[in-house]
Structure formats: structure tokens, C-alpha cells
Ligand binder design. Structure first.
Ligand code: CU
Length: 473
């Protein structure tokens, strides 16, 4: 009788005799419950809580109280499952040991306030008579795995106890597959009136050697594909955030301000070399920090939100590029910056959206955050002009095979190395970048026409990672 394993009597049958207690009971309890701090069995004489115990589970005025230590850490709730005998009054002593804030809300029950690192709070659930879930309410944290399953032991005999968590997960996946976005957005639909593409032009590095930028973290509604608006998590109101550019030796001083009322954010600049502890820490709503780094090396660098779960913070738009010119970089007639990324539609941080991120099933792929935007508004150059394309792969899951139909690259610079120069006899067709890598390619367009640039992973190209260079004679 699994459901009776907490029964005070040990003859295996009694639901009525709750007064006989033998030492053997305690061994049984300890062997079946994780992290039980205290188990109290008290007569209800003078204990007003006794009347709340469900009938049939702890008759005779006996109250069973359990206190379980629960830790919020690393996007998990530990333990992630607690079993109690039905009717047990459960108390959770919730402690956050993570660097960022979390809370814990119990289904149909109490919620802790936001807990900073080291904070604790006791949640009094009262008698548990059926299975319940608990989770962190911050956006995306439940989907990232911050859940606790509380099983009422009487349900074990009904077959729910061992599978409850799996059932919940299954429900989430059902919801994801039923979201109707498996084919992605309709890229042939028109953008809304007044829509403007994200400018791809990259201006030369400014003459100054100290670059001060204010970046506000916020949530912003963006038309991410023709006619499709998605709430993005943004730096500076756009996804990607602004592209920063300078030279070796320049200092970048970025003031990050968290305007997002609902969660913490941070920032990580790959172009800098420093201890992450302070500059990349998560700041809470309303807070600000100054992130200062000196660009010691040339390259096309990624920056991104440093707050966990980064799959979600990057996957929802918190990324951008930093270009540090290599010494002797020659003049080009046009320079463009293209940040590639995936796009995941749906409520940010929801189980359905995060499931798509985990399964690597984006709804679309983009250059500069918007599917097919440069097919709608082509980049325009003249035949024979030297054109440089800086490319950074933001991911969060996929790299890119950057190719321009009808051209050969005579210059390829990748991850700090000039792989191919104009004097070389060979040519290149693709700049391949793993997630977070960057580089540039150069070419000249031989004659007037319409040259598609694509991620040559054709699934990505077909689902938004394509644009057009319109070349006039
Ligand atoms: Cu963030």
C-alpha cells in the first residue's frame, strides 16, 4: 500500500488508528522523502490546525506537518519533486542561492516575494490533498525548468505519482506543436504600412577613442516578419541592439539601464577581456551598471545579455555586434553589418516558445532581426564598387553559411584572421560562422542585376535568411 506509507500504524491496513506510533515509522519516512528537515506528529489538542486536515487522511484530530527545505539555484528548484501523504500540512522553506532573483508560486497556493540571493521565506501550503505544481514566476523561468512537483502520496496508487511531472511536460509539448507556427510566418505577406527596415549600412568608426553608449534593456514590440509582430527583449529598443564600432585600443563605456519592470538583465561583450563577475552581473529592474572594456583585438564581435537562461534572452532578441577594425583596413565603397539570428514566435518565455528553442525549431531566420527585410527593401550599390559585409552570427542555436548569389568573395576575414586577400588567386563562396563568431567578406558586383544574399543552409534561407543587393550599372 504505497499510499499508506506514512500511516502512523505499521500493520499496513489502518486508516483509522492514527494514535499508535512506532519508531519503525521514522525510518520509512526518511527513506521516501528528500530533504525533510522536520517531521512533527502532534496531537491536535490545542492545535487549531487539526481541523484543516482532510477527512480520511489523518483522522482523530492528528496533524502531520512537514517542513521541506527548497533551494532555488541554477534555473532549478531543488528538490524538484516532493511526495507527502495526502493530508499532510506542508511547509516549504524556500531559499534563493542564485545570483539573480527568483520567487516560488504554488499552484492555488501562496507565493514568496522576489527573493534576492540568500533570502529565505517559509510558505505554508496547509494540508496537501492533491498533486500541485510550483514554479518561479519570472518570464521564462518556469519553461527553463524552475518547477517543483508536489505529489500527494494517495495519488500514487492511481498511477499519477510517478508520471505527474512527465504528464505536465507532455502537456507543454502538445501546446507547442499546436501553436500553428510550424510552417513559420508567411514571407510573401506584405509588411505593414509605415514599416521601415533596420538600416544595414555601417558607418566608419568615429574619430574618438572613448565610446560612451547608453543601452536600455526593455521589452519592445517589433514587426519581425511581414505582418508579424513579436514582443522582443531588446537592448536600445531594437533586436539586434545598436552596432558599435571602433579601433584597437579604444575604450567602450556602456551604461546598461534595466527598464524592464519584470526581470533582470546583464550584458556580455565578447570584444572585451575582463572578469565577468561585476560588469556582466544581472541588474534588477530600475538598476544600472557601467560596463567598460578596452578593445585589444580586432574582429567582428558578439554582445549579448548575460542573464540566465541565455537561450531565452538571446533567443528573444538581446544581442548585437561590435566591430573593431583591423589595422590597415582599406576603404570600401559600402559597408554593411548583418547580424544573423533565429526567430521564435509566441509568448516570450512560455513553455511553447522555449520548447521550440530547445528543439532547434525556429519559426524563421533573420538578418538584423527581421525575416526577409532586405528582400523587401534591397541594399543598393553600383557595379564595380567594393562592398564589405560584416557578419556576426548571434544564434542562439544556429551559425550561418553566408553567400551572395552571383558573386565571388575576393576577401575573407574571419575571427581575427585575413583568410583571403584581393591578391590571392583563389576565391571564396561562403563565410561560415558558428554561433557567436564574426567576420567580413568583400566583393565587387560585376554588372547590374539583383543578387541574393543568403544563409546557404537552405532551410534558413527559405525561412527568412535572405535579402537582395540591387546593383545598378
Ligand atoms: Cu536579458
Amino acid at each position: 500500500m504505497h499510499g499508506e506509507r506514512y500511516a502512523p500504524d505499521t500493520d499496513g491496513g489502518g486508516r483509522t488508528d492514527r494514535t499508535a506510533r512506532r519508531p519503525a515509522l521514522w525510518g520509512t519516512v526518511a527513506g521516501t522523502v528528500l530533504t525533510v528537515l522536520a517531521v512533527l506528529v502532534a496531537n491536535s489538542g490545542g492545535n487549531t490546525g487539526g481541523s484543516h486536515v482532510a477527512a480520511g487522511t489523518a483522522a482523530g484530530g492528528t496533524k502531520v506537518v512537514r517542513t521541506v527545505a527548497v533551494t532555488l539555484t541554477g534555473m532549478r528548484v531543488r528538490p524538484d519533486r516532493i511526495e507527502v501523504a495526502a493530508g499532510t500540512a506542508l511547509r516549504l522553506k524556500v531559499t534563493n542561492t542564485d545570483a539573480q532573483r527568483h520567487d516560488l508560486e504554488v499552484e492555488d497556493g501562496p507565493t514568496t516575494p522576489m527573493l534576492a540571493r540568500g533570502d529565505s521565506r517559509v510558505l505554508d501550503l496547509g494540508p496537501v490533498t492533491e498533486d500541485r505544481e510550483a514554479w518561479c514566476t519570472l518570464p521564462g523561468h518556469r519553461a527553463a525548468g524552475m518547477t517543483l512537483y508536489i505529489a500527494a502520496a494517495a495519488a500514487v496508487d492511481d498511477g499519477f505519482g510517478g508520471d505527474g511531472g512527465a504528464d505536465a511536460e507532455h502537456d507543454g509539448r502538445t501546446a507547442a506543436s499546436g501553436s500553428g507556427t510550424e510552417d513559420g510566418p508567411d514571407l510573401t505577406a506584405g509588411f505593414s504600412a509605415g514599416w521601415r527596415p533596420r538600416p544595414a549600412d555601417l558607418a566608419p568608426a568615429p574619430g574618438k577613442t572613448v565610446h560612451r553608449t547608453e543601452l536600455r534593456a526593455a521589452r519592445t514590440d517589433v514587426e519581425v516578419a511581414p505582418g508579424v509582430t513579436q514582443r522582443m527583449w531588446t537592448f536600445g529598443g531594437t533586436a539586434p541592439g545598436p552596432t558599435l564600432r571602433g579601433r584597437i585600443g579604444d575604450v567602450f563605456e556602456i551604461t546598461l539601464i534595466n527598464d524592464d519592470p519584470g526581470m533582470g538583465h546583464g550584458i556580455d561583450f565578447h570584444a572585451g577581456s575582463l572578469a565577468p563577475d561585476g560588469p556582466m552581473r544581472t541588474i534588477e529592474p530600475g538598476e544600472r551598471l557601467v560596463h567598460r572594456f578596452r578593445a585589444e583585438k580586432a574582429g567582428a564581435w558578439l554582445y549579448h545579455c548575460s542573464t540566465a537562461p541565455m537561450l531565452q534572452h538571446i533567443g528573444n532578441g538581446m544581442y548585437g555586434a561590435v566591430v573593431i577594425d583591423p589595422p590597415g583596413l582599406r576603404k570600401a565603397d559600402h559597408e554593411y553589418a548583418l547580424v544573423s539570428s533565429e526567430l521564435y514566435l509566441g509568448t516570450p518565455g512560455s513553455a511553447a516558445q522555449v520548447a521550440k528553442m530547445r528543439r532547434n525549431e525556429p519559426d524563421a531566420w533573420t538578418f538584423n532581426g527581421v525575416a526577409a527585410q532586405y528582400a523587401e527593401r534591397p541594399l543598393r550599390v553600383r557595379a564595380g564598387e567594393r562592398v564589405r559585409f560584416w557578419v556576426v552570427a548571434a544564434g542562439p542555436r544556429n551559425g550561418i553559411a553566408f553567400h551572395i548569389v552571383g558573386t565571388v568573395f575576393d576577401t575573407v576575414y574571419k575571427e581575427g584572421v585575413l583568410l583571403l586577400g584581393p591578391g590571392d588567386p583563389g576565391g571564396a563562396q561562403v563565410l561560415d560562422l558558428a554561433p557567436a563568431q564574426g567576420g567580413f567578406v568583400e566583393t565587387t558586383f560585376p554588372e547590374a542585376g539583383h543578387y541574393s544574399f543568403v544563409d546557404h543552409d537552405m532551410r534558413h534561407a527559405a525561412a527568412g535568411a535572405h535579402g537582395t543587393v540591387e546593383v545598378i550599372g
